[in-house]
Design a protein around this ligand. Structure first.
Ligand code: FES
Length: 118
């Protein structure tokens, strides 16, 4: 099992940066949980693509390098996310790779839990 770790930064809408050690092969939801990164309501559905609370915004250059394109299910969920951007993805669908060392992702200024909208 590959236990290699890279450093990932989570930057909130106030510019506060939280540093996480991310295990290669984990997804960014695992990383947030393991590192106790403080994000309101994050990962409400535990990675089952039923919310959109794990919404993260990538820099364009990082977004373009992500190995997996979003699935239709992810895109549907993202449509419901708060503050959707061109470079938005759901953290639980992003698997950490070695070349993500130093990655900086933005935490949106709010969350919308798709399960709570009527
Ligand atoms: Fe719910 Fe990612 S944690 S969609």
């Amino acid at each position: 099992l590959n236990k290699e770790k890279v450093t990932v930064y989570f930057v909130d809408s106030h510019g506060n940066k939280q540093t996480a050690k991310a295990s290669v092969g984990n997804n960014l939801l695992d990383v947030v949980v393991e590192n106790e990164i403080d994000i309101d309501g994050f990962g409400a559905c535990e990675g089952t693509l039923a919310c959109s609370t794990c919404h993260l915004i990538f820099k364009k250059k990082d977004f373009d390098k992500l190995p997996e394109k979003p699935s239709d299910e992810e895109l549907d969920m993202l449509d419901l996310a708060y503050g959707l951007k061109e470079t938005s993805r759901l953290g639980c669908q992003i698997v950490v790779t070695k070349d993500m060392d130093g990655l900086e992702v933005e935490i949106p200024g709010g969350v919308a839990d798709a399960r709570e909208s009527s």
